[in-house]
Design a protein around this ligand. Structure first.
Ligand SMILES: [Zn+2]
Length: 171
């Protein structure tokens, strides 16, 4: 049994992706209903089952907002590959701690920005005030794009039916 199954919350919001054995357990345990089948038929000694492709939970589960992992790449993406001090778009950006680490600055979304090498060098171990530089905008924790978790699966044509559910209500 291979293949993956899209799990929707009770309100049809895409929740996660699971494997067939887990999906069958949810369905047979009356915890989920099948909305779409894929073309696979699973045969056991006595029965055969059509494999689900999309299932929907019978009860709504509360899901905490997925968070974006704090990495260099994600900070650069949030800052649109633009130095947050001079506005230059550069492909050799560095990660700058706004309040330097040795001054107690944290390694967090709101203390990290993309900075070009000259700006990072000029700022050195100083605060923006001391270095007389200003940020283009206050840094923030980006929202995770829920749909980017699912779209890679659409490359597999067996998951074609997912499209009807992934883009519901999305503008
Ligand atoms: Zn710069």
């Amino acid at each position: 049994m291979n293949g993956v199954v899209l799990v929707l919350n009770q309100d049809y919001e895409p929740l996660n992706v699971t494997n067939l054995p887990r999906a069958f357990r949810l369905v047979f345990g009356a915890k989920a209903e099948i909305l779409e089948y894929d073309h696979q038929v699973i045969r056991t000694v006595s029965r055969e089952f059509h494999a689900p492709s999309v299932i929907r939970l019978q009860h709504r589960v509360h899901r905490p907002r997925p968070r974006v992992k704090l990495t260099r790449r994600e900070v650069f993406a949030r800052d649109r590959h633009t130095c947050q001090y001079c506005g230059r778009v550069a492909n050799d950006l560095t990660l700058d701690h706004i309040l330097p680490r040795h001054r107690g600055g944290s390694h967090t979304w709101d203390n990290l920005v993309a900075a070009c090498k000259p700006c990072n060098h000029r700022k050195g171990g100083k605060t923006p005030e001391e270095a007389r530089v200003r940020l283009l905008r206050p840094p923030f924790e980006p929202r995770s794009d829920l749909y980017s978790l699912f779209t890679p699966y659409l490359a597999d044509e067996r998951n074609e039916a997912w499209r009807n559910y992934l883009f519901l209500g999305r503008n």
